[in-house]
Design a protein around this ligand. Structure first.
Ligand SMILES: [Zn+2]
Length: 245
């Protein structure tokens, strides 16, 4: 394949830049923050779900408590009124009996309400520490998420800049290589896992390590400075020394 020494040089530089970008992209893909963020976000979603459940529990208990307290307030007022009425009807046996019965009923109901309020109150007191724990957990996870994002942006940003710089260098080198050679390079990269260029070293391919016999070496030398490895199909650079030996 026809290539000037400058084109061969550019081809080798292209290969080294592209390999660096393959490694850099892999690093970016495998940044540990990515997995850690995923895990933190799963935990956050779970804890937020738990928080909603506990909040619902608290809301229900507080509604119940308010209902009980409102009823108790009404009954306290009624108790007061009945007590006053009772004092006014002293001597009227029937009325006294009726009011006393009412008072007794109200007192009994208030006793039951006091028990219920105590029970709901205790329930709320039991749930509150759990809610505090959940809020702490949420805050910790959110802080961790924030740190991970910052660290990911810092490390990932640097890697992305390297990739962009290498892409620009690739573009500049592409302009230094004739289109046919560049297409052959692209094809070889695609077919050979990103490494499309090898050198012939001591009659062998530096990439796939195939050792060539005399007739193959002769054919390769005819194509110099750029041939193709008969084994792995990579572009095979034949140095001047290899040509002469
Ligand atoms: Zn090879």
């Amino acid at each position: 394949m026809l290539a000037t020494p400058a084109e061969v040089d550019a081809l080798e530089q292209l290969q080294s830049i592209d390999i660096e970008n393959i490694h850099t992209s892999k690093k970016l893909e495998e940044l540990p923050q990515r997995q850690a963020l995923l895990e933190v976000r799963q935990k956050l979603a779970a804890i937020v779900k738990k928080k909603t459940q506990v909040q619902d529990m608290l809301d229900t208990a507080e509604d119940e408590l308010h209902g009980l307290m409102a009823e108790d307030e009404r009954l306290a007022a009624k108790q007061q009124e009945t007590q006053e009425a009772l004092e006014r009807v002293q001597g009227d046996y029937r009325s006294v009996e009726s009011y006393t019965k009412d008072l007794h009923g109200v007192a009994k109901r208030r006793e039951k309400l006091a028990e219920d309020m105590e029970r709901v109150d205790q329930q709320i007191e039991r749930v509150k520490p759990l809610m505090d724990q959940i809020m702490d957990g949420c805050a910790n996870l959110e802080a961790r998420e924030k740190d991970l994002i910052a660290s990911f942006q810092q490390e990932g940003g640097a890697l992305q800049r390297t990739i962009a710089e290498n892409n620009a260098r690739h573009q500049a080198l592409q302009d230094k290589v004739n289109p046919e050679l560049y297409r052959a390079y692209q094809r070889a990269c695609k077919e050979c896992g990103g490494i499309g260029v090898a050198q012939m070293v001591d009659g062998a391919c530096s990439a796939c390590r195939s050792v060539f016999d005399a007739s193959k070496i002769a054919r390769i030398k005819q194509d110099a400075p750029v041939s193709k490895c008969p084994s792995c199909r990579r572009l095979l650079i034949v140095s001047d020394q290899a040509k002469e030996s």
